[in-house]
Design a protein around this ligand. Structure first.
Ligand SMILES: [Zn+2]
Length: 62
């Protein structure tokens, strides 16, 4: 119905999870969506996800 009006002008794809998000933090032109930001903040060394996030963030920063 209002597809044209609702269409996003630009789409940001999260560099971590690949989901499209309108907000979040931008690191070197890569978006990290709020969900991933929270996940990263709640992940500590030793968690299963920690190495995965470190790896993905390194990919964004290089
Ligand atoms: Zn994400």
């Amino acid at each position: 119905m209002n597809i044209l009006f609702n269409k996003k002008i630009r789409e940001n794809v999260c560099g971590i999870c690949g989901n499209v998000s309108d907000n979040g933090i931008i690191i070197k032109g890569n978006l990290i969506c709020p969900n991933c930001e929270i996940d990263i903040l709640n992940t500590e060394p030793g968690d299963n996800e920690y190495d995965d996030y470190v790896h993905k963030i390194k990919n964004i920063l290089k």
